[in-house]
Design a protein around this ligand. Structure first.
Ligand code: ZN
Length: 103
C-alpha cells in the first residue's frame, strides 16, 4: 500500500521571489500567531518591514524622519491604518458591503 504522506525537503534559504500569500506575513495576526510565523521565517523575511522603511520611508507618507512603528508605517500612519482597518471591519459587520462584489 502506498503511503499517503510524502517527505518534502525544503531549503533553509528564502526563495528568490517570495509568494504573494506570504509576503505581508505576519500582518494582521495576533501576537501568538505572529511569534509562530516569525519562527518559520528567515532573518530577511523577519526584517522586511523595517528594511522597507529604511529604504523607502513610511508605506503611506514616505517620510523617513520619524521612527518605524511597525509593518512599514511611521507612528502616525500606523495609527491611521489601524483605525481604517477597524472602520472597515465595523462596516463589514454592519452589512455595509455588497455581498456579490469580488474580494
Ligand atoms: Zn507615515
Amino acid at each position: 500500500m502506498k503511503s499517503r504522506f510524502e517527505i518534502v525537503k525544503t531549503s533553509a534559504e528564502a526563495p528568490s521571489e517570495p509568494s504573494d500569500a506570504l509576503l505581508l506575513e505576519p500582518w494582521f495576526r495576533n501576537r501568538q500567531e505572529t511569534t509562530a510565523l516569525k519562527r518559520l521565517q528567515t532573518f530577511a523575511e523577519r526584517q522586511k518591514f523595517a528594511d522597507f522603511f529604511e529604504l523607502n520611508g513610511c508605506v503611506r507618507c514616505a517620510k523617513k524622519s520619524g521612527p518605524h512603528r511597525g509593518e512599514g508605517f511611521c507612528v502616525s500612519c500606523h495609527d491611521w491604518f489601524r483605525n481604517q482597518l477597524q472602520r472597515a471591519m465595523r462596516a463589514r459587520q454592519n452589512g455595509e458591503f455588497d455581498s456579490d462584489r469580488r474580494q
